[in-house]
Design a protein around this ligand. Structure first.
Ligand code: SAH
Length: 271
């Protein structure tokens, strides 16, 4: 930041006419930054706390906050500590990447809040999945968006299929995730309301968008002993809640959890 001109100084200023503020360095007037430098400065990956976003510490702070709000599953916390969320958000927003906030990713969609991602994946670890030995098995995600949650899921699953109906988001996630090379992750451009039959059945299904009803395909593609977590609009209201469905030999058991606020689940493909 440049210091203001000294009181009484006339324009154009010469360097020797500018007084130094007490204790400031001598170079009070810095030359104008080249546009390219200014742009680089604007995208400098430094979190508000002064930590570089590539540093593990910045994610550990986020994990501490997740613990503080009651996330206890160590696999989930470890995955959240590993995946670099700032790589999934627009460069103008990177300094907010580790705050507990959802951020725009374009096309009217958002990256989910870290606390919501952690909460939903922790819920997936319940039911019969708790007996699977520390991973979620075969996982289906509906709504890839920027790919952040898909990356977290791939750290705790045997295999992940993630479906997105908006082509530009699918393409962007594909490009981003290719650089990170998460294992056993398949990105599909398609209507997630139909699930993804080629890899069914799934032990875990997670939706990042909520509709008025759970699409029948999801329940059909949920393995016996599998668990589904999804936002769902309460009938006759605008309020969404998280629902968990456990599929057993006898059928499906639904449990309703807290209120949430997800983007709408839409049918068909978008461009
Ligand atoms: N999983 C993302 C959040 C994405 S927001 C994260 O990691 O933060 C929800 C996404 O669901 C949007 O990209 C939206 O386009 C997508 N979506 C909505 N309806 C869908 C459908 N029927 N099939 C696939 N994706 C859908």
């Amino acid at each position: 930041m440049t210091s203001p001109p000294a009181r009484g100084a006339k324009f154009p200023l010469r360097l020797d006419e500018v007084g130094s503020a007490p204790n400031s360095s001598r170079a009070v007037l810095r030359p104008q930054r080249l546009l390219a430098h200014a742009h680089r400065d604007a995208t400098r990956r430094i979190a508000p706390g002064g930590l570089g976003l590539d540093s593990d510490d910045v994610r550990m702070r986020m994990v501490q906050r997740l613990r503080g709000i009651g996330v206890v599953n160590e696999q989930v916390l470890e995955a959240m500590a590993t995946v670099q969320r700032h790589r999934f958000v627009d460069s103008a927003l990177v300094t907010q990447a580790y705050e507990d906030t959802s951020l725009p990713i374009g096309h009217g969609q958002t990256i989910s809040k870290p606390s919501v991602v952690a909460r939903m994946i922790e819920l997936l670890f319940g039911g019969a999945n708790a007996r699977r030995g520390g991973h979620l098995g075969r996982t289906l995600e509906i709504g890839t968006g920027c790919g952040y949650q898909a990356a977290v899921l791939s750290a705790v699953s045997q295999h992940v299929v993630s479906v997105e109906r908006l082509r530009p988001l699918h393409d962007k996630a594909r490009e981003l995730l290719a650089q990170m090379r998460p294992v056993h992750l398949r990105l599909v451009y398609g209507d997630g309301m139909l699930g993804h039959p080629p890899n069914a059945p799934y032990d875990s299904i997670i939706a990042a968008a909520g509709g008025d009803a759970l699409p029948p395909a999801w329940l059909e593609q949920l393995a016996v002993g599998g668990r589904l977590v999804s936002p769902l609009r309460k009938a006759g209201t605008q309020q969404q809640v998280l629902v968990v469905v456990d599929r057993t030999e006898q059928g499906c058991k639904h449990t309703v959890f807290e209120a949430v606020n997800f983007v709408p689940l839409r049918s068909g493909l978008g461009t």
